[in-house]
Design a protein around this ligand. Structure first.
Ligand SMILES: *Cc1c(COP(=O)(O)O)cnc(C)c1O
Length: 226
């Protein structure tokens, strides 16, 4: 098992261009496995449950960059605000408000991505372009000094139809470009496009991803929990 994670990471990284950030998604996996990846030199990990993340953080080295990749409930922000590196899935002004508040409590600026709804599935969270514009143009947003919007995130439809997936990633890249031009033209920190998972990262990279979030391909399959 120990060699396995190390080997998988190494092999995976061979296919990933150097300027792309690989977030190893360790949700549901024990800290022992995360430690194996850490010992192989990896530092960026992703979790989607705030309390699980806070518990794992306590048991692992301090120089890990923890990414929060899932839907974040406002009452859970406090668990991760003191240390989280990037919150990938902000989809409301209310959530951003709470992140800003907790970041201030921790005397930090927390980096965030706006999550867009790009999939055909109804159930996935995320904004459309209009909603994102309304959020960014809101006065309250401009008063928030302890958050930083660094780009966009999205999840494609879960399907084998890679042309559909490609069109969705292309849509997300289009949203990024429009936001950049309209609101962030002089903001060098607005540069991230978080898209691509184990089954679609190759297409995501071709379509302009800067951060891929990979679980299964590194840690193996998870027990199905919904
Ligand atoms: C679980 C998860 C991933 C990783 O999925 P894999 O298919 O195992 O690579 C990526 N992003 C988000 C938001 C997730 O919830």
């Amino acid at each position: 098992m120990i060699m396995e994670i190390k080997e998988r990471l190494k092999n995976f990284l061979k296919q990933v261009p150097e300027d792309i950030t690989l977030v190893a998604v360790s949700k549901t996996k024990p800290v022992e496995l995360i430690k194996e990846a850490y010992d192989a030199g990896h530092r960026a990990f992703g979790e989607n449950k705030a309390q699980e993340l806070a518990e794992k953080k306590l048991q692992l080295p301090d120089d890990i960059a923890w990414h929060f990749i899932g839907h974040l409930q406002r009452n859970k922000v406090k668990y991760i605000a003191p240390f989280v590196t990037l919150v990938h899935a902000v989809d409301s002004l209310k959530l951003l408000h709470e992140i800003n508040k907790q970041a201030l409590n921790s005397n930090r600026v927390i980096n965030c991505l706006l999550q867009f709804h790009i999939a055909t599935e109804e159930t996935k969270f995320g904004l459309n372009f209009e909603e994102a514009s309304v959020l960014i143009e809101n006065e309250d947003y401009h008063k928030m000094e302890n958050i930083k919007i660094c780009g966009v995130m999205g999840m494609a439809t879960f399907t084998d139809d890679m042309e559909l997936v490609r069109s969705e990633f292309r849509m997300l890249k289009g949203y990024f470009d429009r936001l950049k031009e309209k609101y962030f033209a002089n903001d060098f920190q607005f540069k991230e496009i978080s898209m691509g998972m184990s089954n679609d990262y190759e297409v995501a990279i071709e379509e302009g991803s800067t951060i891929i979030r990979i679980g299964t391909k590194i840690f193996g399959s998870r027990e199905v929990t919904h």
